[in-house]
Design a protein around this ligand. Sequence first.
Ligand code: KG4
Ligand code: ZN
Length: 334
Amino acid sequence: MVEDGSRILSSVVSSQMATHSKYGGVVPELASREHLRAIVPVVRAALEEAGTRLDQLSAIAVTQGPGLVGSLLVGITYAKSLAMVHHLPLIAVNHIEGHIHAVVSQNEIELPALALIVSGGHTHLYEVREGFVYRLLGRTRDDAAGEAFDKVAKLLGFPYPGGPVIDALAPFGDAHAVRFTLAKMKGNTLDFSFSGIKTAVLRWVEARDMACEIAARRSLVDPTIEQLRAMTPQPTLDLLASFQRTVIDELLRRAVRSAEEIGARSMIVSGGVACNTGLRAAARARHLPYPVLFPSPGLSTDNAAMIAAAAFPKLARGEFADTALKADANLQLC
Ligand code: KG4
Ligand code: ZN
């Protein structure tokens, strides 16, 4: 529940991680089933926490895409019925625009801004101009950065999601111990590619006898970071630290170059990977001539407050959806 586009009255997130971690990644059918189970209690809790009733709202905002179509459908169907029953306008929001507004809602942003959106599904660079007009500058050609974190963690026997685990273990390794050679980008040099580094990690593992080490980690049920650290030898910790440093270098190098190209007056970094402490520290250490703004950790990963925040400019413009609104798994921002 968000007031005036910036005041978050409540933010309720129902995590499905425990369900998906058993399978080493998100299972789409389980995701939509869990959404269906959670949506009514989550909306009720958000109203209670904010001390609001549905008939006091100005509008209902909902994610149209991009995302898993089954989960999007659950949200859209429920939002449509709430809007209809309570005679409220319905506002369709792009998931990526939500991540951008997680930062916009908490900061004074000077435009134009460069937005780096890094999540499990996206690694995109956008120019953000006055009136929230967007231009795509670069994107990943294969894996998203979060996906690379998750896949590397999985192949080494670490639990899902891999991003927070690698983030927590990386400080125990030498970030310069393993050197990865990355392919030169042909065409748009602001595009990213993370499949090469993932394959390099796989080759590193294959060149060593790690089967027992990996199996031992896989056999743990809900391990703590301390447990994982205790059963991870130094060379593997060095590999994790080096992997994370390489991904961060790639992200920041292209983001900084894009920001220079558009004459950015601020940089927005958002999406699940924006939680990464190494990324936050590396951005700070660069002492860039403009502010680099991250959401508070609770607003970095997927949440409904950022979707409500992103709906406010549309509410002001009277940009409403109707009952014909359809989920779009590949919805583009621009
Ligand atoms: O934005 P998000 O919650 O969902 C998507 O839209 O994808 O992002 C989830 C992704 C996962 O890949 C997860 O591993 C990654 O964000 N992530 C992290 C960290 N926390 C979450 N990656 C690196 N470091 C973190 N601390
Ligand atoms: Zn997201």
